[in-house]
Write a protein that binds this ligand. Structure first.
Ligand SMILES: C[S@@+](CC[C@H](N)C(=O)[O-])C[C@H]1O[C@@H](n2cnc3c(N)ncnc32)[C@H](O)[C@@H]1O
Length: 321
């Protein structure tokens, strides 16, 4: 089995770079235009154990430095997805995307979607409605960008629906590959009984990142998470033959990220599958069970893939001679 090449500082020949330290120190090692997708959930400045609550202006200045570096390392067809929720101050909410948008806008990025990630679990508020969504701001660097919609289509509600009049009468009216998943994503967040839960207080569900990786990158591309946490972005990227790099300031999270990668290489890491429906107590459909991830080195896989293609090309050419 081809092992994943993991390095702790930037290395073009790696499959995965897990840098322990400040994200700006990793970013400064990455060449211009190197990555295809930046996807992250930055610290929210809400006094989690890994952050000290900053004055809002200082927080935004810090975010601006990281965002500018992310734009520099992004290639022309690439995307940035910044996943954020609310900053809460004395019971008052300040949606972070509203504060961050003015940082992205002057950088000539193009906002393609403001994806609403809706989930069912969280704190129960008593003086306002309980918050049950966060957002992903998806920007592209240019007007020509990678977008593989077919890779992330979801089942049609009425798959057998047909045109009932006109020249296409009797033909299926929906795309047989499924429908566009829209900009509202219903994906459970990682709370206590989620199969992916670690000690991290706010980790990404892997299926959320899989959808972004599959639609916004191609095999072999680099995916960067400047605030890597316990490595959820890396797992989603490697699972689909992409390479990943990211920084994390907390040693214990880096260690958990490494453990998760090792488990995935052994085939023992369990994740919630993308195809599983959200739990419905009155539903009749059977739940898809957790899936075991089996990671292999994407670079090695892709070498093989290229060799296979060359071999096929050679066979084709010789057939016609
Ligand atoms: C919202 S969490 C991201 C969790 C991640 N999405 C996951 O699935 O595990 C933000 C992470 O950024 C890390 N962090 C905060 N400031 C950082 C910095 N300056 N450089 C690198 N990591 C930092 C925190 O320790 C925290 O784990």
């Amino acid at each position: 089995m081809e092992k994943i090449k993991l390095t702790s500082s930037f290395d073009k020949s790696a499959d995965l770079v897990l840098f322990e330290g400040d994200t700006l120190d990793l970013l400064s090692q990455i060449p211009d235009g190197f990555v295809q997708l930046v996807v992250t959930s930055p610290p929210y400045n809400i006094n989690k154990q890994y952050e000290s609550k900053l004055d809002m202006d200082d927080y935004l200045t810090q975010q601006e430095k990281v965002i500018k570096e992310c734009v520099r390392v992004l290639n022309d067809k690439g995307s940035i997805c910044w996943q954020v929720g609310n900053y809460v101050d004395n019971g008052e909410i300040i949606p972070l995307d509203i504060l961050l948008y003015p940082i992205f806008f002057p950088l000539n990025l193009h906002l393609r979607n403001r994806i609403v990630w809706h989930f069912g679990h969280g704190l129960h508020a008593s003086k306002r409605f309980s918050g049950r969504y966060e957002v992903i701001l998806w920007f592209t660097k240019g007007d020509e960008y990678t977008f593989n919609l077919d890779a992330v289509r979801v089942p049609q509600k009425y798959p057998n629906k047909k045109y009932f009049k006109g020249p296409k009468r009797g033909e299926l009216s929906g795309n047989p590959l499924g429908k566009n998943p829209t900009d509202i994503w219903e994906i459970p967040n990682v709370k206590s009984n989620h199969v992916e839960k670690t000690i991290h207080p706010c980790q990404f569900p892997i299926e959320l990142i899989e959808r972004l990786v599959l639609s916004l990158t191609n095999e072999g591309d680099w995916v960067l998470d400047p605030f890597m946490g316990v490595g959820s972005t890396a797992i989603a990227a490697l699972m689909h033959n992409r390479r990943a790099l990211g920084a994390e300031i907390m040693h214990e999270y880096i260690e958990i990220a490494k453990q998760r990668i090792e488990e995935a290489e052994r085939g023992t890491l369990r994740i919630r599958p993308m195809e599983r429906d959200v739990y419905d107590p009155n539903g009749t459909t059977k739940n898809v069970p957790p899936k075991y991830v089996q990671l292999k080195s994407p670079s090695k896989q892709l070498d093989l893939f290229l060799k296979d293609n060359q071999l096929n090309l050679f066979k084709e050419e010789n057939k016609t001679k």
